[in-house]
Design a protein around this ligand. Structure first.
Ligand code: FES
Length: 272
């Protein structure tokens, strides 16, 4: 059992929770994730660690209420408990000075891009960040991203805030005028695919962080498998960070759609 010590509504659908989890916080590194189970009957929800404080023993998670389990998680409040909070899982990102790193965060992917930008900034990298969302009501943490970036660009698809358009348009512009050593992208699968297609043209090393359906999170069920460079990888133990140019996005996009009907029914039943 872990306790929720702070809850913040970042946007109507996106919530932040600070969890009292000293053992997870002590070992956490940027890029890793946790698996959350609200109660005994709960589904396992993989969530990338958005921030952690090893001294205070806290771990921050951010989630968008898109399915039954995330809606149910969002209904919990400060002082409530979560049955399972397992982690840190997966591999951390390589922590070194690459030079100029462009961090791209889309939608709720802004949460997992933040700790990566933060640790790489601390190591002396120059950080250019590009964050975007469908509209202004899905944007959050502009201030935090600003605090770990040398330059920050903000986009919305509908132009309701920042520059109108997609993060890839800004990335293309930055590539045209600056030398870049590494691009890291986290967000919807389609966004990571488009970023990877763009950077491949320029032969820019690119990392993406995948978030497929998971069950155990320890490499046993095979549920999170993904094809990377023609090899079958398990996201939970081999990732979640992979070479963006080698991921088979189309296969993963098709697999993500497998349970859409069931997910829709589960939400309807929960809200009834
Ligand atoms: Fe089961 Fe990765 S979640 S193998």
């Amino acid at each position: 059992m872990v306790k929720i010590i702070k809850k913040e509504v970042l946007t109507p659908q996106i919530k932040l929770m600070v969890i009292d989890a000293p053992r997870v916080a002590r070992h956490a590194k940027a890029g890793q994730f946790v698996i959350v189970r609200i109660n005994e009957e709960g589904e396992r929800i993989p969530l990338t660690i958005a921030d952690f404080d090893s001294e205070k023993g806290t771990v921050s998670i951010i989630f968008q209420e898109v399915g039954k389990s995330t809606i149910q998680l969002g209904e919990l409040n400060e002082g409530d408990h979560i049955t399972d909070f397992v982690g840190p899982l997966g591999k951390e990102i390589e922590e070194k000075n690459f030079g100029h790193v462009v961090c791209v965060g889309g939608g709720v992917g802004i949460a997992p891009i933040y700790p990566k930008a933060k640790v790489l900034k601390k190591l002396g990298n120059r950080i250019t960040s590009i964050i975007g969302a469908r509209s202004s009501d899905l944007l959050f943490w502009e201030d935090r991203m600003q605090s770990v970036s040398d330059a920050l660009y903000v986009t919305t698809d509908d132009g309701s805030y920042g520059e109108k358009g997609f993060v890839t348009s800004v990335l293309d512009r930055v590539i045209q005028k600056e030398k870049i050593d590494l691009v890291i992208a986290v967000g919807p699968l389609m966004m990571m695919k488009m970023v990877s297609l763009l950077t491949k043209k320029y032969e820019l090393p690119t990392l993406v962080s995948l978030n497929p359906i998971m069950v155990d999170g320890t490499g046993m069920c095979g549920c999170c498998r993904v094809t990377v460079g023609k090899e079958c990888k398990f996201t939970c133990v081999d990732g979640p960070v992979f070479d963006g140019h080698s991921v088979d996005y189309d296969e993963l996009l098709a697999r993500q759609r497998n349970y859409l009907e069931e997910e829709k029914r589960a939400v309807e039943n929960w809200l009834m």
